[in-house]
Design a protein around this ligand. Structure first.
Ligand code: FAD
Ligand code: PYC
Length: 414
């Protein structure tokens, strides 16, 4: 793989950009891989990347039914933060956030990580108490957050109206090193690095069946033929239940559409990310100037990756209370993704009842931020059979009642 650098850009400029190579190969599938990962979203690609980087396992295929990064990874609002309440969550989300800090250098791919800071607004006394509690928990966990008052909120985000018609701004949970990154660049950067390690990323290749022998996985059936494998990772977000059914077990996961939208571009007016969970919306400004906006999930389970008009109305109406200036903006585009929700709003990184099959799912509305930490933990779990990062996130916690309740930190009402 040729390194991307300022020198390479200058050299290519002088020869009419004739020397760039493809970012990743498009190989024909082999008959057998040591590891097959299903799903070339951020989590699947990061899992493959750290298998290679940290454990030297490179006879790996990542199978994707559409195009890589075309699922939720390329559809999210890119908010990165690690201000969760419970210790196992803080560990994996903070690991992820810290890996984002150096991801562009590690992958030699500019993922445009922008640690501009994230505020979660407290607009009820209940939220004030909840976020103060999170700030104390984060202090013990070594996660840098702070509960700030309304004046500081206004200083950080002047377009906020502190006296909302229903909910005044009473303060906020501020994470200065939270922020955003370019979502598809994260997928592309991992894909390029995986391909460079000799891994096969096979797009337009849907897994249609999982083959087993005596309770152990032996391979998969796909729209590009059968492939054998020693281990199988299911990393398919909203389609986790479908793949689990193919393997012969059930997951405690529901699939719902989560939608987002962007406005027309405007001049820079907001250089932090704000989540307003009581009125129910979140907003940041993209480098192009668009306001990136999202709200809650649809109120019914479905697999439809689309937006809907009532969602724009609901979300924008809610946000206007706190950001009156957006009432004058035209909305440009909207879209949806299928998110995989667990009952405690925490992910599942786990062995399964089928030997050799592992699952990484349940990131729900909040898994963009965790991509590198999840990949790191999943790779360790698959390579060594256990990982301190994933230990508490087993699928069996639901049977044992060991929930990791993150319904407040999830930030999106469901
Ligand atoms: P995906 O990126 O969805 O990848 C799974 C892949 O599996 C897909 O590409 C799919 O095509 C493939 N697949 C499925 N079935 C098969 C099959 N049978 N064979 C082969 N391939 C298959 N998170 C945050 O942290 N911050 C945010 O601001 C944020 N905002 C969001 C806004 C929206 C509108 C949405 C939808 C999500 C948001 N999220 C956010 C959540 C985040 O996007 C997801 O948790 C994360 O991207 C999940 O990544 P993934 O790799 O698990 O899934
Ligand atoms: O998890 O921070 C988050 C988030 C914001 C919008 C959707 N998810």
């Amino acid at each position: 793989m040729k390194r991307y650098s300022a020198f390479a850009i200058a050299r290519e400029a002088l020869r009419f950009h004739s020397g760039w190579e493809r970012a990743w190969r498009s190989p024909a599938p082999k008959k057998r891989y040591d590891v097959i990962i299903v799903g070339a979203g951020g989590h699947g690609l990061a899992s493959a990347y750290y298998l290679g980087k940290n454990f030297g396992i490179t006879n790996v295929a990542v199978l994707e039914k559409g195009w890589l990064g075309g699922g939720n990874t390329g559809r999210n609002t890119t908010i990165i933060r690690s201000n969760y309440l419970q210790d196992p969550s803080a560990a994996i989300y903070e690991k992820a956030r810290s890996l984002y800090e150096t991801m562009s250098q590690d992958l030699n791919y500019n993922v445009m990580f922008s640690p501009r800071g994230v505020i979660m607004l407290a607009q009820t006394h209940h939220e004030v108490r909840g976020y103060q509690r999170t700030a104390y928990a984060n202090a013990l966990q070594g996660v840098e957050t702070q509960f700030i008052g309304p004046d500081k909120v206004k200083e950080l985000c002047p377009i906020i109206s502190l006296e909302g018609p229903r909910y005044p701004v009473l303060g906020g949970l501020w994470q200065p090193r939270g922020g955003t990154a370019r979502h598809d660049a994260v997928a592309w950067g991992y894909a390029r690095a995986c391909s460079d390690m000799g891994m096969d990323i096979i797009q337009q290749c849907e897994v249609t069946g999982i083959r087993k022998d005596g309770g152990k996985v032996t391979g998969v059936d796909t729209t590009k033929g059968a492939m054998d494998c020693g281990q199988l990772g299911l990393v398919v977000a909203g389609h986790s239940g479908v793949l689990a059914e193919m393997a012969g077990f059930r997951l405690p996961v529901e699939s719902l559409a989560l939608q987002a939208l962007v406005s027309e571009p405007v001049k820079p007016c907001m250089d932090v990310v704000v989540m307003a969970n009581t009125v129910h919306g979140y907003m940041s400004q993209s480098d192009k100037g668009e306001m990136v906006i999202g709200g809650g999930t649809d109120g019914f389970n479905n697999y439809t990756q689309r937006g809907s008009f009532h969602h724009i109305e609901e979300t924008v109406r809610a946000l206007i209370e706190t950001f009156p200036m957006i009432s004058r903006l035209k909305m440009l585009r909207q879209w949806g993704g299928i998110v995989d929700m667990t009952g405690d709003r925490s992910p599942i990184l786990s062995k399964t009842p089928v030997e050799g099959v592992f699952v990484n799912c349940g990131w729900g509305t909040g898994g963009f931020k965790s991509i590198p930490g999840s990949g790191w933990g999943m790779a360790e779990l698959m390579a060594k059979g256990h990982s301190p990062l994933t230990e508490e996130f087993s699928m069996y916690r639901f049977r044992e009642g060991k929930f990791i309740d993150e319904s407040v930190a999830a930030g999106v009402a469901h």
